[in-house]
Design a protein around this ligand. Structure first.
Ligand code: ZN
Ligand code: ZN
Ligand code: ZN
Length: 731
């Protein structure tokens, strides 16, 4: 046995700790280890190891409880962890906390056994202390778990170990509980999963094109209008990967809405499907985490956090609905799972496949540059045509339904079809203002308007940011007026209006108020699938992959004014929204229909965006972005401070000074700095907010710049400072 001193990084402690371990094999960097810290044991990662050759005194080091086989935290996860640290400028401990592996106790345990010397002492020496005698006698019978012996004998244990009377046996094989799993291991079973739809010519060509790229790293993309059968193409590709005994990682923006899709997968691939999501109970998560490293030839489905699971032998990573902002985490560590998927594919030497009707502008640019191999499906599957889109002019943004809108709903009801009504906001009245002076009613903690909801029949003002509630009308902050006007419409109001207009229709609503639990959401989705719902009213959440055959009409009573968010991605978001929402209609019929009500200033852009192709949209958008030095023509980082006014101002001032000094070290044509200045939303959760946005010509410059900057600048209170690399949200 060799002896090693290892440096271990833990997910909860911001420095490396050293431990002592005996092992037959070399201890590799990146190995998962169970180590004691104080009275508790934690899982951490080996960052470096050093063999101990001489008879050094090692008593200052604690012992590693156990070391896990590489598959429990494989090399590609280790590299991913390093990448997260470097790319997002986060501490190793924070980066590690993204990986679920550290939150569980795996099954292996280190053992303690008596040594030769220990046996001799026990047999020959009469003068040993009682405690030591008991310890040696116990171990003379058999090996025991390290933690048990250590806890029972404490100092005596340490003494016995330092005198080499006992040995620790590192059990490097974690127990494999595969046998306990109800899995069919018959290889023939996969061949029987053949309920695949027969692909049309175009789909088949796409499939063959992608199949050629399996077995090595490349970036692939499958682009096609909604309903063109993209899913069937990648399912067939997954089947191919499965047959080769490799795993597929399938990322979805929203797993809770995908129950219907998961059902389909489970029918196709039976027990080869594993679903990962945040709603899993602790014990189920633990069970999965201890099993997953042993699995091959499986499909793992889940939201962005799936990318951190200890899955081995990955043969394909699919990123479905690539355009979705859900892939970017918006708190704590602001990672983008699309970038991490690319990295993990690279480390695994397998392809990553992006699937979308409207790829993000970033991906679009890379497709045009030839960096990503792309296949384009132009036809709707089964030759169902795209829905007919009517744009109806409205006098104001809000207000009620046009005749055309109502008639379409009537028709849906008569034909016993289903309709989806998309509403951008939730609640009843999104805005309330003073009737005398026009001042908006705002949250006391946040610089945002409060919205009126009807909760248990009562009007309640709600802040969507901090959750603050008011059950009575306030007094106007500006003129002390007591009269208020409420206006606009949220999903709750639209649903109520539809119920009044169609008393015999079943109206359901999907937004974060009405379906605040997974089981409620599942129930509504089941009702839709069973045809019990006539009209479904919903917010953004319904744009993410809601796919039911009887939905033949989509109505949009109004859209947010484009100018409401000063964000260069507004056009991209509007385009994607229109394609996604209208694409829900007539997926399986020839007469799908869409009615969009729009204000005068919205009509032309909506008309344009519902008629031009993705590629035309992309080219136009790229030109604009290039002119404005926006991504993907620049690489961004945003710094944000949230805190007390003086605190935030002081930090921003300090930051500005350091920024200036570093800025002159670089070519100023490569860098564009905004701020630090106050955010358009001045306060949130009672905190004042400032930001600074920096754009760089290329990624390397950004990295160099940030390395210097973040070495020089660190805030007094780390909690008030946020670094967001490749931000999607600005204000
Ligand atoms: Zn609201
Ligand atoms: Zn007023
Ligand atoms: Zn608030």
């Amino acid at each position: 046995m060799k002896k090693y001193i290892i440096d271990v990084q833990l997910p909860n402690i911001n420095k490396r700790l050293s431990y002592y371990i005996k092992s037959e094999k070399d201890v590799e960097s990146g190995s998962l280890v169970d180590v004691p810290v104080g009275e508790k044991n934690y899982l951490g990662i080996v960052e470096s190891s050093k063999e101990v050759l001489g008879e050094e005194n090692l008593s200052e080091f604690k012992f590693v409880n156990s070391i896990y086989e590489k598959k429990f935290f494989n090399d590609d996860l280790y590299r991913l962890y390093k990448f997260v640290c470097e790319y997002y400028f986060v501490s190793p401990s924070n980066a590690l906390s993204l990986f679920p592996s550290f939150n569980i106790k795996l099954l292996s345990k280190n053992k303690v056994k008596i040594s030769k010397k220990g046996q001799e002492v026990l047999e020959c020496s009469l003068l040993i202390p009682d405690d030591l005698k008991f310890l040696l006698e116990q171990l003379n019978k058999r090996e025991y778990d390290l933690s048990y012996i250590k806890g029972k004998y404490k100092d005596t244990f340490r003494y016995a170990l330092s005198e080499k009377l006992i040995d620790i046996v590192s059990e490097t094989t974690a127990k494999n509980d595969r046998a306990n799993l109800d899995l069919c291991e018959d290889a023939n079973e996969i061949k029987e999963c053949k309920n695949l739809t027969i692909l049309n010519d175009e789909q088949d060509k796409a499939f063959r094109y992608f199949r050629r790229h399996l077995n090595k790293y490349s970036e692939l993309s499958l682009v096609g209008t909604t309903g063109s059968g993209k899913t069937e193409v990648y399912l067939k590709l997954i089947m191919e990967v499965l047959k080769n005994g490799k795993n597929t990682v399938l990322l979805l923006p929203e797993i809770t809405l995908a129950t219907h899709f998961v059902d389909i997968l489970e029918k196709r691939f039976s027990s080869h499907v594993y679903v990962w999501h945040s709603q899993l109970g602790r014990s189920e998560r633990n069970r999965l985490l201890s099993v997953i490293p042993n699995l091959t030839g499986k499909i793992f489905i889940g939201p962005r956090s799936l990318i951190f699971l200890p899955i081995n032998d990955i043969g394909l990573i699919v990123v479905d609905e690539e355009q979705s902002e859900n892939y970017k985490q918006d708190d704590f560590i602001r990672y983008d799972a699309r970038i991490l998927a690319r990295k993990r594919a690279e480390y695994n030497n397998c392809p990553v496949l992006y699937v979308s009707a409207t790829p993000s502008v970033d991906l679009g640019k890379r497709i045009l540059n030839g960096e990503v191999f792309s296949y384009f499906l132009s036809k709707r599957f089964g030759d169902f045509s795209l829905p007919k889109i009517n744009i109806v002019k409205k006098k104001s943004f809000y207000g009620s339904f046009s005749e055309e809108f109502i008639n379409s709903l009537k028709e849906v009801k008569e034909k016993k079809e289903q309709a989806v009504v998309f509403v951008p906001r939730r609640g009843f009245y999104p805005f309330v203002s003073c009737a005398d002076c026009g001042e908006l009613v705002k949250c006391k903690n946040c610089d945002v308007p409060m919205c009126v909801h009807v909760i248990n029949g009562k009007r309640v003002y709600v802040c969507h940011h901090c959750g603050y509630r008011l059950t009575t009308d306030p007094v106007c902050k500006k003129c002390s007026g007591l009269n208020f006007k409420q206006y606009g419409a949220g999903s709750q109001r639209i649903a109520e209006e539809l119920k009044n207009l169609f008393p015999d229709a079943n109206v359901a609503r999907i937004d974060s108020d009405s379906v605040n639990t997974y089981s409620k959401l599942k129930a509504v989705l089941k009702d839709i699938a069973d045809g019990k719902i006539d009209f479904l009213v919903g917010t953004q959440i319904i744009t993410k992959g809601l796919n039911f055959p009887k939905i033949n009409f989509v109505g949009i009573p109004f859209l947010e004014p484009l100018t409401s968010i000063p964000d260069f991605r507004s056009f991209e978001k509007l385009y994607q929204l229109l394609v996604q929402v209208t694409g829900r209609a007539g997926r399986y019929s020839v007469d799908g229909k869409v009615v969009i009500q729009a204000s005068d200033e919205q009509v032309s852009i909506i008309r344009k965006y519902t008629t031009i192709s993705y590629w035309d949209f992309l080219l136009e958008e790229l030109e604009l972005r290039k002119e404005m030095f926006c991504p993907p023509f620049s690489y961004e980082v945003i710094f944000r401070w949230n805190g007390k006014l003086t605190e935030v101002k002081d930090e921003a001032k300090k930051f500005r000074e350091i920024l200036k000094e570093i800025y002159i070290l670089f070519d100023n044509r490569d860098i564009k700095v905004t701020g630090p200045k106050f955010c358009p939303i001045l306060r949130l959760h009672g905190n004042y907010r400032m930001y600074s946005l920096i754009r760089f010509k290329d990624e390397a410059t950004r990295k160099d710049f940030l390395e210097i900057l973040l070495k020089r600048y660190s805030p007094k209170d780390k909690k008030i400072f946020i670094v967001d690399v490749d931000p999607l949200y600005y204000f």
